[in-house]
Design a protein around this ligand. Structure first.
Ligand code: AMP
Ligand code: GLY
Length: 436
């Protein structure tokens, strides 16, 4: 596969293992594969799209013993986990214990995503603007609090609930029903042992990303996600149906300001507590009338935001990730393309409730011929004859760049329209806040 010569004297060519199988990991592999520093790239478990740029190995993202053994046996220099679940469960600690460098937070630092309470405590201790909150381990006390405060109000399962543990309740009844589901019926299992109840913030949401080395951080950029399944932001929440950047309502000065108020203080507080944060920190922000406020941190790239950010990144991602692991971001500078980027997620009919698997997807080659367009695989499998089939909720991310958002969007939808997949669907309005 990818065998590249070393390009800088004194720096050895790198052997890299990426962990995950979604559109985010396809984009990570695509960007890492472009690095002249790369000697060999694997992805566990990967997908048919990733197989074009990396060697896929059939190991699950939570099978730590097998992942560590693979990394040791194959003399992997750097592990790059994509999703949150292995990070929160300690993949970085497991790799580190085996002498393998892993570009992600430790289990202790990953609490920034794994526990809402932990995040709120860090935010309060560091003076980071965020919604007022209370935590309850007792359902009766939580209900009483909701009745006292009234709606709108936000109810969250304290632990990790695959992005589904949050109810923004417009009415008191809705909030009470959420407490019932989370705490009494435990629909998210142990993630529902406690709830966090928050003030409801009003504004536009953006995602801000920083690469962190424990003490220093650099901006990776920002993007706006589209969480609802339907056009016009209707229907249930999803993992994200599309994204774009730059976001006109969040210009570079605002980005920088949010970075200083919401990323840097968190990093300092984490270091002070003896759990320095290394890896990608994703701050979900609400742009309120009183300035940007933190909704949540995630400890990884967003999906599909990653596809957008990496399409705009001009610098070598692999060198940046290694610099983060070496604690050398202080003097590091990332360069970006000026172009705008738009990512459209194609999902299987029935997503998010009950996506249908197995339908054949044709026309992917034609879609890839649209200039400045990448089709990232998210939930696909391939038959022996090469036929690509849907195997998940979010199945493809079609990502395009262009001189401006309109040009990028036109390209992305031209590529979407070249794909022959009657059982799939997408939103047709990605970027509507910027473009109408
Ligand atoms: P989270 O899983 O914390 O990202 O929450 C999922 C979504 O719920 C966010 O993207 C917001 O749209 C919404 N949300 C979370 N917390 C709040 C809040 N305090 N006020 C308003 N909306 C919120
Ligand atoms: N697109 C939002 C996320 O990855 O959490």
């Amino acid at each position: 596969m990818l065998q590249r010569a070393r390009t800088e004297p004194g720096v050895s060519a790198m052997r890299v293992l990426t962990i995950g199988s979604g559109g985010r990991e396809h984009a990570l592999c695509w960007a890492i594969a472009a690095s002249p520093m790369l000697e060999k790239l694997w992805c566990a478990p990967g997908n048919p799209g990733i197989a074009a740029v990396a060697e896929c190995v059939p190991i699950g993202v939570m099978d730590f013993p097998a992942l560590v053994a693979f990394a040791v046996e194959n003399k992997v220099d750097l592990v790059v986990p994509g999703p949150e679940a292995p990070l929160v469960a300690g993949i970085t600690d497991a790799m580190t214990a085996a002498g393998i460098t892993c570009c992600g937070p430790t289990m202790a630092a990953a609490q920034l995503e794994g526990s809402k309470t932990f995040t709120k405590e860090i935010a309060d201790a560091a003076g980071i603007p965020t919604a007022k909150w209370e935590r309850f381990e007792d359902a009766a006390a939580a209900r009483e609090f909701v009745r006292r405060r009234g709606a709108p109000i936000v109810v969250k399962a304290d632990g990790l609930a695959a992005g589904k543990g949050v109810t923004v309740a417009a009415t008191e009844e809705e909030a009470l029903a959420a407490i019932d589901a989370i705490m009494d019926r435990r629909v998210f299992g142990e993630a529902g042992a406690a709830v966090v109840i928050e003030e409801c913030l009003v504004g536009e949401e953006v995602s801000l990303f920083a690469l962190c080395d424990g003490t220093s951080a650099i901006l990776l950029g920002s993007a706006q996600d589209h969480k609802r399944v339907g056009d016009g932001d209707t229907g249930p929440n999803t993992g994200g149906m599309g994204a774009y950047a730059p976001v006109p309502s969040f210009p570079p000065e605002a980005e920088r300001d949010a970075f200083d108020r919401i990323v840097r203080p968190a990093l300092a507080e984490m270091a002070r507590r003896g759990m320095p944060f290394r890896g990608v920190l994703f701050a979900g922000l609400m742009l309120t009338a009183d300035g940007p406020k933190l909704i949540e941190y995630n400890v990884r790239f967003g999906d599909p935001e990653c596809q957008i950010l990496l399409s705009r990144l001009r610098s070598d991602l692999l060198i940046a990730l290694q610099a983060a692991c070496d604690g050398e971001l202080d003097y590091f500078d990332l360069r970006f393309h000026d172009e705008a980027a738009v990512a459209v997620v194609m999902a299987a009919r029935g997503y998010p409730e009950a996506p249908e698997s197995g339908s054949a997807i044709r026309g992917l080659d034609r879609a890839s011929e649209v200039p400045e367009t990448q089709v990232f695989h998210a939930g696909t499998v391939a038959d022996a004859d090469g036929t690509v089939r849907a195997a998940g909720g979010r199945v493809l991310t079609v990502c395009a760049t262009g001189a401006d958002l309109q040009a990028a969007r036109d390209r992305a939808y031209a590529a979407v329209d070249a794909i022959d997949w009657p059982e799939g669907f997408c939103r047709r309005d990605i970027g509507w806040r910027a473009l109408g």
